[in-house]
Design a protein around this ligand. Structure first.
Ligand code: NAD
Ligand code: SSN
Length: 474
């Protein structure tokens, strides 16, 4: 499944230039991939556009059959896919395997869901008229995805789009193209018709992005990545009034009340803070702990963090790998220095590791304040930044004081309080007494500057349909 060419119109394409893909743990060259660029994107859009009429006219059952074959091939090859993902992205192989199965689940679930694209018969307002709606695929869908989940961020878009009858063009992140290309190889084996799925790799992200956001043949653009890039791409989509979905950055509060079960809170915090070395959009960013349980929480968290095993993704027992590249490490180091200079205390970690230039120690900081950069920016690294709070209203206010609104976490054994807080937090997703909540069956997405639209669940399917209203005179 190791492929190094772009996949356009059911064929593997070379390009004049190539881009190197390296293991972030040690810089080892994994291969050089064809640099398709804007010209590749143009060709891919043309192919997707040509393939759309036939694919959109298939019955839902026909599309479901092909997509289920793709799902099964991904599951059958999940060990190899996990290894490819780990080598280009750095997460431990067991975690990568989890992502592959999570990614596959979107294809399976949407293959089933597309059979239920029901329209409506609307009770008429006029006896001489009959009113119906039908749901139709939006058309060609372009997707830009990030490096932190090189498999699942693609299947979460391509799964529902293809199931709805759309065709897709995908630009994965430059750091992690191999997982995307491996998915294409399996899509081909599954029998997805040529042109229905296309992948273009390129060092010229802006050039490819312009094609995918401005070409009039593209009906919908779906993006996962940073809020800054998302805003730029939204403005580019305006020229042709494209439908858009935006899955952007977060600044998740993790609130531990004095009535929380401490073991649950610690394991949830570990899961949401150190998975993928903290490089997760829904990763905990600001940890608010009630002052009466603060010291106990910090001590237990420190002990768990000390037990993490850091190393190469393929080493047995490793629980945390490197960060994606050097500038991510430098940024995390800067955030620590900024916080310490303003009075925060390092409980554990706080420095780069000798394993390699992309490794940063899992870190716990206390004495953090809302005014520090670490509390205001998306950390995207293995830093747990702990603050104290005194009462419920105060912590809700502080948790909501951010332009982001992706995920939030609430730890409390008091059902009344948990309900109150869930309702009061301005976030698209709230996890209560757990750190793991993402699933293909539920809507994933944010409010405020964390995005527009939802992926997963019936809401995720609706993003790829237009509702057409038909009025018949009788
Ligand atoms: N909300 C979610 O579901 C979700 C999921 C994963 C990651 N993210 C967010 O993604 C960010 C991390 O990923 P990243 O650093 O790769 O983000 P990024 O925005 O830098 O890059 C994301 C993608 O956009 C491309 N890109 C960058 N500049 C572009 C341009 N000018 N035109 C077109 N494409 C361009 C990149 O090549 C990559 O494919 C974090 O902010 C994280 O929270 C959000
Ligand atoms: O980084 C964002 C995706 C994380 C998830 O789907 O749980």
């Amino acid at each position: 499944m190791l492929k190094f060419q772009n996949y356009i119109d059911g064929e593997w394409h070379d390009a004049a230039d190539t881009v190197d893909v390296r293991d972030p743990a040690n810089g080892e060259l994994l291969g050089s991939v064809a640099d398709g660029g804007a010209a590749g994107a143009e060709a891919a859009v043309a192919a997707a556009s040509a393939a759309f009429p036939a694919w959109s006219r298939c019955t839902a059952g026909e599309r479901a059959t092909v997509l289920k074959r793709w799902y099964q091939l991904i599951v059958d090859n999940s060990d190899d896919l996990a290894l490819i993902l780990s080598l280009e992205q750095g997460k431990p192989v067991a975690e990568a395997k989890g992502e592959i199965l999570y990614g596959a689940s979107f294809i399976e679930w949407f293959a089933e869901e597309c059979r239920r694209a029901y329209g409506q018969t609307i009770p008429t307002h006029n006896a001489a008229m009959r009113l119906n709606t039908i749901r139709q695929p939006v058309g060609v869908v372009s997707c830009i995805t990030p490096w932190n989940f090189p498999n699942a961020m693609i299947t979460r878009k391509a799964g529902p789009a293809l199931a709805a009858g759309c065709t897709v063009v995908i630009k994965p992140a430059l750091e992690t193209p191999l997982s995307a290309l491996a998915l294409c190889q399996l899509a081909e084996e599954a029998g997805l018709p040529k042109g229905t799925i296309n992948v273009v790799i390129g060092s010229d992200a802006a050039g490819i992005g312009k094609v995918l956001t401005q070409d009039p043949r593209v009906a919908k653009f779906t993006f996962t990545g940073s809020t800054a890039v998302g805003k730029l791409l939204m403005s580019q989509c305006a020229s042709t009034v494209k439908k858009m979905s935006m899955e952007l950055g977060g600044n998740a509060p993790f609130i531990v009340f004095d009535d929380a079960d401490m073991d649950t809170a610690i394991s949830a915090c570990m899961a949401t803070k150190f998975r993928n070395a903290g490089q997760v959009c829904v990763a905990t960013n600001r940890i608010y702990v009630h002052e009466s349980v603060h010291d106990e929480f910090v001590e237990k968290l420190r002990a768990q963090v000390a037990g993490l095993k850091i190393g190469h993704a393929t080493e047995a027992g490793v629980t945390m790998g490197p960060m994606i590249y050097r500038r991510a490490v430098d940024r995390v180091q800067e955030l620590v220095q900024d916080a310490v200079a303003a009075g925060a205390k390092i409980e554990i970690g706080g420095e780069q590791l000798a394993n390699g230039e992309n490794y940063f120690a899992p870190t716990v900081l206390t004495g953090v304040m809302d005014t520090m950069r670490i509390a205001q920016e998306e950390i995207f690294g293995p830093l747990a930044a702990v603050q104290k709070f005194s009462d419920e209203d105060e912590v809700i206010r502080r948790a909501n004081e951010t332009p982001y609104g992706l995920a939030a976490y609430v730890m409390s054994e008091n059902i009344r309080r948990a309900n109150r807080v869930v309702e009061a937090l301005d976030y698209g997703m709230i996890a209560c007494n757990t750190g793991v909540f993402s699933t293909a069956v539920a809507p994933f997405g944010g409010v405020k500057e964390s995005g527009i639209g939802r992926e997963g669940g019936v809401e995720g399917m609706a993003e790829f349909y237009e509702t057409k209203y038909a009025c018949f005179g009788v």
